[in-house]
Design a protein. Structure first.
Length: 77
C-alpha cells in the first residue's frame, strides 16, 4: 500500500482533530465512523482509490481493537 501514513494529520477539520491529545487524557470524544471521505481528509490519503481506502479503514479498525484489548488487559492488573 502506498499511503504515506507516516505523517498523519488532518488537513480539513482543524478544530476537530480526530488524533488529538484529548483522547490520551481520558477526555470523551464523539464516536464517529471513519468513512472514505474522512480518510481522504488526511495528508497522504487524498488520492486513495475506494478499494485501497476500504482496506486502510479495515486495518485501522483492527489496530484500534488490538490496542483497546491491550489497554483492557493492562487495566485489569
Amino acid at each position: 500500500m502506498k499511503s504515506g501514513a507516516s505523517n498523519i494529520k488532518q488537513t480539513t477539520r482543524k478544530n476537530k482533530d480526530v488524533l488529538s491529545e484529548n483522547s490520551a487524557f481520558g477526555i470523551e470524544q464523539a464516536k464517529e465512523e471513519l468513512t472514505i471521505e474522512k480518510l481522504r481528509a488526511y495528508d497522504g490519503f487524498e488520492d486513495v482509490d475506494e478499494e485501497e481506502a476500504k482496506e486502510h479503514i479495515k486495518l485501522i479498525k483492527t489496530f484500534a481493537r488490538v490496542l483497546f484489548d491491550i489497554y483492557q488487559q493492562e487495566n485489569r492488573k
